[in-house]
Ligand binder design. Structure first.
Ligand code: FAD
Length: 288
């Protein structure tokens, strides 16, 4: 249960926070302070990305361990691209020994220029990774997978993308976290379609605070998230006025979170970008 009950949230609605591994010891110290400041949100768990933005596998391992030692339930992201099955099994064993009980299982994206593994050792899609985790570690891990309300950018049709999502659930995923979006209807439509096709696992909206116009447009272009025209126009008009961008972004995202929670989203997963204020400001708005 989280402090979200003040927004008419059923007690099952939970919050989670995502971080990326810092690059050095100084960054680890800063992250510890960030996570502690955000602990006021009483997150059900915190997750740590894998290989994203050039971070290393060891960075994820070290950061998960650091967050666990601060008393948080920490969930590593694990992506199957670029790792052999035996490397993945080794990581699963390591996390199990550390007492990790939750994993975010992904295909991942390879940095350009890196070769794709092929042959019997390679896994090409996240459903295969979920199956490997279940086969190797049984029910030890609670598994989250990714979902794309606005369709994964490499898919050609929403129906096909939904089939691939359902394959991950059928392989043994316990829950899903969505790619971020700024149009709540895309999320509700995705959940409706999934439920009609028999999906019963929670599909938690991924929430990206808006703090930086150019960065948001770049990320969104890469991951296929739509920034609605009216939001783009407002952000463009603010130019370099970062304070106004943040204030506007907080209002827009807080309002969307309110709509999501009032319409029974099972919780919220915040892409914190390792920053305190953008996520905290939204949470304050939700609990005010
Ligand atoms: P999949 O579910 O395998 O899907 C990838 C594509 O393949 C989709 O288009 C799907 O429709 C298609 N597909 C699936 N199965 C088949 C099949 N059998 N045949 C043909 N096509 C198929 N990336 C990182 O590198 N590190 C991270 O830590 C990270 N964390 C993330 C966390 C969340 C919550 C989300 C939403 C994304 C994250 N990503 C991360 C990004 C993610 O790795 C990319 O979006 C990646 O391109 C797809 O990963 P996936 O697990 O969704 O892949």
């Amino acid at each position: 249960m989280t402090s979200l009950d003040t927004v008419h949230a059923p007690s099952a609605q939970s919050l989670s926070l995502e971080f990326f591994p810092p690059r050095d010891a100084e960054g680890q110290k800063r992250l510890a302070l960030t996570v502690q400041a955000l602990s006021v949100m009483n997150p059900a768990y915190v997750s740590v990305t894998f290989g994203a933005g050039g971070s290393t596998r060891d960075g994820t391992i070290e950061t998960v361990s650091a967050l666990k030692s601060l008393g948080f339930e920490a969930a590593p992201h694990l992506s199957c691209m670029g790792s052999t099955q035996s490397e993945l099994k080794g990581l699963l064993d390591h996390y199990r020994e550390q007492g990790v009980r939750r994993i975010v299982a992904l295909r991942g994206d390879l940095p350009s220029g890196m070769g794709v593994l092929s042959g019997i050792n390679a896994l090409s899609h996240a459903n295969e990774l979920v199956a490997l985790i279940r086969q190797h570690s049984g029910d030890w891990f609670h598994i989250e997978v990714a979902a794309y309300p606005e369709m994964h950018p490499q898919s050609s049709k929403p129906t096909q993308d939904m089939v691939h999502f359902i394959n991950k659930v059928n392989a043994g995923a316990n829950a899903a976290i969505t790619q971020y979006f700024y149009n709540a209807d895309a999320y509700f439509d995705f959940v409706d379609r999934a439920v009609k096709l028999g999906v019963t696992v929670p599909i938690v909206p991924g929430i990206m605070p808006i703090t930086n116009h150019n960065q948001l447009m770049r990320f969104s272009e890469m991951c296929g998230a739509e920034v609605p025209r009216w939001i783009r126009l407002r952000l463009a008009e603010y130019g370099d006025d970062r304070e106004s961008i943040r204030a506007f972004g907080t209002d827009v995202v807080t309002e969307m979170c309110q709509t999501l929670l009032e319409n029974d989203a099972p919780g919220l997963h915040f892409y914190t970008l390792n920053q305190i204020e953008p996520t905290l400001a939204i949470w304050r708005g939700l609990t005010a």
